[in-house]
Design a protein around this ligand. Structure first.
Ligand code: FMN
Length: 338
């Protein structure tokens, strides 16, 4: 019933970029691929997208941009054979069925991922995301509905428990479904991201799935600090792969050939590409202020960075930000190059 299960192509060594709201849109995904070495990054996810929104004619308009894929991103995906998975959230199996049917028909994703990990009050109060950890029957219904609706490989991204780790029990419950992969964020709901990830929980998850359904892929997630660190964590835990979240903020070249600190020209060039692609893609659909969280990731670690960043933070739109970059190049970079 599941067609083209790309997960079966991967066995050990899989690197994924985590789904992150207001971060991993089509623009940022393309940008990360543009500076990655082919073969070092295998899998990308969209931001989480509400099935309630997708199933409502007006609500759909408000969320659909989360599933948008630029042609230029698609070219990178094809060229580097990177897979792209749409992430959904909600708590009504019927809506998962309809939303995933729509995704399979109208989009070109390689799979669907179900968010069973987000600990934010807003979604937990709606009995969704990490709240599903304490509702295993509903979780299984949702997975089943998503597979039936889409005919695509379905994965789950989750945590180790609500208040305490319940990894073995929860992974066992999830494996009663036909899911193809599980990403385990090695923290409980209660831990949010305030405490270090506990990777021994990933090892527990791997042991459980080896026992019950060895063909399912397990990815570990939480505090992966470098590509090398990701490799080591795979070896330590037996996980098939790792998922990288905030590590990409510390280093947008996370998946590049080597781990050296990039020089100022490269950082400013990538920032400029980001602003241009963001503004060409989203026009007025997404607020320019979303971009501000990215300024820090490119503008750091060189002389004049903090004043440059402060000027960028005062801008209100792409032309203003691009002008600040031109000024910095003229007044600072060209001077220091002389
Ligand atoms: C800004 C931000 C947005 C996030 N949005 C999502 C999301 O849409 N879906 C999801 O499953 N997790 C989301 N997460 C959680 C990450 O995918 C990841 O599980 C978490 O950051 C832990 O990984 P890390 O320690 O490598 O950052 C988000 C995290 C951050 C920092």
């Amino acid at each position: 019933m599941i067609k083209n299960n790309f997960w079966t192509e991967f066995r050990h060594g899989l690197f994924a970029l985590a789904p992150m709201e207001d971060v991993t849109d089509t623009v940022f995904r393309e940008l990360v691929m543009s500076v990655s070495l082919p073969g070092k990054l295998h899998l990308l996810f969209t931001e989480f997208t509400s099935v309630d929104g997708l199933c409502h004619p007006v609500g759909r308009e408000a969320v659909i941009h989360r599933l948008f894929v630029n042609e230029s991103e698609q070219e990178f995906l094809n060229k580097y054979n990177v897979k792209l998975v749409a992430q959904l959230w909600g708590n009504d199996p019927e809506k998962f069925y309809k939303a995933s049917q729509y995704i399979a028909k109208d989009f070109h994703f390689d799979g669907i991922d179900i968010n069973m990990g987000c600990p934010v009050d807003k979604v937990v109060k709606q009995n969704s995301c990490s709240a599903l950890i304490s509702q295993p029957d509903l979780a299984l219904e949702i997975i089943d509905a998503t597979i039936k609706g889409s005919g695509m490989p379905v994965s789950v991204k989750t945590r180790t428990g609500i208040k305490d780790h319940q990894t073995a029990k929860w992974i066992d419950e999830l494996l009663q479904s036909d899911l193809s992969a599980i990403t385990l964020h090695a923290r409980t709901q209660k831990m949010q991201s305030l405490f270090p990830a506990e990777w021994e929980q990933v090892k527990i998850a791997v042991a459980v799935k080896e026992e019950i359904r060895p063909e399912v892929r397990i990815l570990g997630n939480g505090d992966v600090s470098s590509w090398q660190n990701g490799k080591e964590l795979m070896l330590q835990t037996g996980a098939d792969g790792v998922m990288v979240g905030r590590g990409i903020f510390a280093n947008p070249w996370f998946f590049a050939e080597n781990d050296v600190e990039r020089e100022v020209h490269a950082k400013v060039g990538l920032l400029e590409n980001h602003i241009r692609l963001f503004s060409n893609t989203w026009k007025s659909m997404r607020n320019f202020s979303i971009l501000k969280r990215f300024f820090k990731i490119y503008v750091n670690g060189f002389s004049g960075a903090s004043a440059f960043r402060a000027s960028l933070m005062e801008t209100h739109n792409a032309p203003e930000a691009l002008q600040v970059i031109r000024d910095f190049r003229e007044n600072h970079l060209l001077q220091t190059d002389k």
